[in-house]
Write a protein that binds this ligand. Sequence first.
Ligand code: SF4
Ligand code: SF4
Length: 362
Amino acid sequence: MTAEDVKALARETGFDLCGIAPAESFPELKFLDDWLERGYGGEMRYLSRTARRRSDVRQVVSSARSVISLGTVYNTDRPYSTEVNDPDAALISRYAWGEDYHEVVGRRTEALLERLRAAVDEPFDARCYVDTGPVQERVHAQHAGLGWIGKNTCLIHPEKGSWLFLSEIITSLPLEPDAPQLDQCGTCTLCIEACPTDAIREPWVLDATRCLSYLTIEIRGAMPEAQRPAVGTRVYGCDICQEVCPYNASPARSDDPAWQPTTDLDQARLSDLWRRSDENLAALLERSAMSRAKLTGLRRNVAVALGNGATLAAAAAIAEPESPDTPSRSEPMVAEHVDWARRRLAARTTHSGDDTGDDKAD
Ligand code: SF4
Ligand code: SF4
């Protein structure tokens, strides 16, 4: 089995990119400790728990010789969030619009491994990961030649852009490695300038505790009040630092049905999301990559977004009496955000004296 054979099988299995990195402890893998020491990981304690394993894939598969790094384009034909000028639009990271990539890419990565096992006579060790394993997959992807890690910390392919799901097979197979991709950010700083919360503290260094993706996805309890206004109408994740990247000006698009926006999430409305029953929202989360936020996390985010969107539709939705099929709205953590949103809406409406019927409340 040669590296070229692996890449041919990866293409046949549906991957857009495939490269091979040696299973080594690259210097970049060591930055994680320093980053965690600075407190930039916030509540993501699983990162500290797995830091040692993340420093070398041989801690995960002791016989590892190669990392087969795989890329899947998920970008679809929809406007960027920075082009959406509608305060009732529920902004959701584009990676979460379709099916849950953990499931779909996971199945495809396992399918590729099955094909490798069928093609190689001798038994070999291998383990597949999609995002959730103790693996710093962007570092391995860069060393496998799939792209470079941009100043926004995303992996960027020079032609396809950065809307990529990454997965990998860590294996004992000795495969010819690819040359690492070189940095092509140059003097550009667009992502750093565009970040609404200054979360990119310096090139390649992201303070997750300031990042809107962290605030809307990773934290389980209350969102710090001072940070709520910056969330705007984002209810799951943030794509701004990728949207402004010149390498995403005309990126690759996928026509894979798995990544097309589902009816539920295609240009979703905040007021509509808010009115959905818990049962309906739970089912929606179950099918998508948004399940990480949990039902109460999503309710919390929608409440904050309604307060920030400040439309009359938002004010009407959040003023409605509680209904028996939306008990999550009364969870103490969520209820506190609902109160915050109501106060914010009331203050903005009072301030503007807006009772004109204009759709924007301030
Ligand atoms: S995802 Fe959004 S908040 Fe986070 S670093 Fe990028 S632009 Fe900033
Ligand atoms: S916006 Fe510029 S600096 Fe940021 S990742 Fe893209 S090319 Fe690099």
